[in-house]
Design a protein around this ligand. Structure first.
Ligand code: NAP
Length: 238
């Protein structure tokens, strides 16, 4: 990006990486619209941030009405959005079971797809008019290395991994569709993070991951044209 974006929308900012990214973007002087799913307690508790640049917007990325309302709410503040970060995600506990115990009837497969795969796509569709008015036109889907088919090393976590592969494909399709309209579209693996999702053994604190991921989101597009990359900017195999 030649210049820093001035406006950005991020989903799933209640906690974890999303919350840490909000802090990071505010530190860079960006006006942040933060999608809140269930609780704004942590984001309201942030210290040393410029609250005049932060607007909280209720958003469930699996609910079409909620997404439409969120886009309309942002539109009441600004008609132009520079960056969209699809960060919201779920990794449901009950999917860490082997094939024999996989429950197809408990709804976790559908919920994972609705949030992780179709959620980002729905959000892009609803926010596209705002993004088209922006100057930097950047869409970043926080997917995962778990979505890589080439580098697959797991033998379970079907719902999470399959939904992240689908989000990667959405990224590639959107890239093909939107690059001619001046957009940059990326799928970013943020590292293994000590959030509720990543657990206490993970490598990176949310703040450490957010510093690296924000550098990628706010920085120039990779010169080699890679659009599936990790938090350090390394190209990932699809
Ligand atoms: N943690 C890792 O090691 C890791 C590794 C690779 C990729 N990632 C990806 O990084 C992103 C952030 O992960 P994280 O570690 O910060 O996870 P997290 O701590 O579990 O936070 C997930 C966030 O998404 C929100 N969310 C869940 N369902 C939602 C919905 N239907 N609509 C809107 N928001 C929703 C959650 O809100 P609630 O609090 O209301 O549930 C929460 O704010 C995810 O996409 C994840 O897949 C994480």
């Amino acid at each position: 990006m030649a210049q820093l974006p001035s406006t950005l929308f991020i989903t799933g900012a209640d906690r974890g990486l999303g919350l840490a990214l909000v802090e990071e973007f505010l530190r860079h002087g960006v006006d942040v619209f933060a999608g809140i799913h269930s609780s704004s307690a942590e984001i309201r508790g942030l210290t040393n941030v410029d609250y005049s640049r932060l607007t909280l917007i209720d958003l469930d990325v699996s609910a079409p009405d909620s997404i439409r309302s969120a886009a309309a709410a942002v539109d009441r503040h600004t008609h132009a959005l520079d960056v969209l970060v699809n960060n919201a995600g779920v990794h449901l506990e009950d999917e860490r079971v082997p094939l024999e115990e996989l429950d197809f009837d408990d709804g976790h497969l559908e919920r994972s797809m609705a949030v992780n795969a179709f959620g980002p796509l729905r959000v892009v569709q609803a926010f596209l008019p705002l993004l088209e008015e922006g100057t930097t036109r950047r869409i970043v889907n926080i997917t995962s290395e778990a979505g890589s088919i080439v580098a697959c090393r797991r033998d379970r976590e079907f719902a999470y991994s399959m939904s992240k592969s689908a989000a990667n494909m959405a990224t590639s399709l959107l890239n093909n569709y939107l690059v001619p309209r001046g957009f940059g579209v990326m799928a970013v693996h943020p590292g293994w993070i000590r959030s509720e999702m990543g657990g206490p053994e993970a490598d990176l604190s949310p703040a450490e991951a957010a510093a690296e991921v924000a550098g990628i989101i706010l920085g120039p597009l990779p010169e080699n044209g890679a659009i599936y990359i990790d938090h350090r900017g390394n190209n990932l195999p699809w």
